[in-house]
Design a protein around this ligand. Structure first.
Ligand SMILES: NC(=O)c1ccc[n+]([C@@H]2O[C@H](COP(=O)([O-])OP(=O)(O)OC[C@H]3O[C@@H](n4cnc5c(N)ncnc54)[C@H](O)[C@@H]3O)[C@@H](O)[C@H]2O)c1
Length: 316
């Protein structure tokens, strides 16, 4: 059965992939974005699709969902991806970060419930765990964590609000990568940098010993997790309620990343090591048993995902 979905942040990296997949599956999409970090060119593939309507608005606008529901009464699923996405920016603008990443989300969730919208899915983050030593990281650790930035605090407050409400779901993403990724992203910006070095035939540059690890997930698998969360995957998985980690459950070292990308490009095998940057977390990896029990499996391998990303970067 096709649905009418709201995607906030539809001009962003993940939101544009989600929107395209929903439209390809026959759903209609109402997109909202204020271009704070998204781009019109990310929407090229669907900007003129008959099933897509776009509103250049901020999710902080009063009564936004109520107004959209009046224009689109069949709206039944909300994917709330719009957010202040930069951690350093959140440190400089803590009030705006709380408004966008917590208050707007809380208000949208309350409104969705009142309006009888059947599914609500929020983009949580590994930043909700702060500097967690226990690995892999389980969902409940965030309740004892000290988040390191207003970004992490606001994301955690949103997830906690969703968990308490018993309505909707928060997907806590770790490090997502793929085509259209913003090279300045704190999550996977390292991938864009390595791809740039590789395509330019330059040595990879690593800060620290390269043994720091991250849980990297390819963007199409993220989209699958969204479809499961909303009960729209066409295979009967989901819908989900509560908080779920989304990752591969496997940490990959930055050195491994550099080696794979060097192999996919013309980069020399030699790596330049620079001093470690203060504040970098050494290891991060999701415990994915909760979402795996719901049938989620990361399907795109690390190597294939990097191959697709390099191919896209070479063309763009
Ligand atoms: N990329 C990752 O690895 C990662 C990891 C964890 C969580 N997340 C979360 O996933 C979501 C999507 O992230 P992304 O990587 O696609 O980032 P992105 O910056 O590409 O996308 C965010 C989109 O939201 C829009 N936006 C920002 N503030 C807005 C507002 N007030 N009103 C309307 N639109 C607004 C931006 O213009 C942008 O298009 C975010 O909530 C982010 O916190 C991403």
């Amino acid at each position: 059965m096709t649905k009418n979905c709201l995607v906030t942040g539809c001009a962003g990296f993940i939101g544009s992939h989600l929107t395209q997949t929903l439209l390809d599956a026959g759903h209609s999409v109402v997109g909202v974005d204020n271009f704070a970090s998204g781009y019109v060119h990310n929407m090229e593939g669907f900007r003129n699709h008959a099933g897509f309507s776009f509103y250049e608005k901020s999710i902080t606008e009063d009564g936004l969902l109520t107004d959209l529901k009046q224009t689109h009464p069949e709206l039944d699923v909300v994917f709330q991806l719009a957010a202040v996405v930069s951690v350093p920016y959140s440190v400089e603008h803590p009030e705006l970060t709380m408004q966008v990443n917590f208050e707007a989300n809380r208000d949208m969730l309350d409104a969705a419930q009142k309006l009888g919208i059947s599914r609500f899915v929020f983009a949580g983050s590994a930043a909700e765990y702060g500097n967690e030593d226990r690995l892999p990281v389980k969902e409940e650790y965030a309740d004892e964590a000290e988040q390191l930035s207003p970004y992490g605090v606001a994301k955690y407050q949103s997830s906690a609000y969703i968990a308490q409400s018993g309505y909707g779901c928060s997907l806590r993403f770790f490090n997502i990568f793929g085509p259209r990724q913003d090279p300045t992203s704190q999550y996977s910006g390292v991938i864009s940098r390595f791809v740039d070095f590789g395509l330019a035939g330059k040595n990879m540059v690593i800060f620290g010993d390269g043994e720091q690890t991250r849980d990297f997930l390819y963007v199409s698998d993220v989209v699958t997790s969204y479809l499961i969360a909303a009960g729209l995957d066409g295979q009967g998985r989901g819908p989900l309620t509560g908080v779920y980690n989304v990752g591969t459950g496997r940490g990959r070292s930055v050195r491994e990343l550099a080696t794979v990308i060097a192999g996919l490009t013309s980069a020399p095998e030699e790596i330049d090591f620079k001093p470690e940057r203060a504040g970098d977390i050494k290891h991060s990896c999701a415990d994915v048993s909760k979402i795996s029990a719901e049938g989620f499996v990361a399907e795109v391998s690390f190597e294939d995902g990097l191959g697709r990303t390099v191919e896209w970067a070479g063309k763009s």
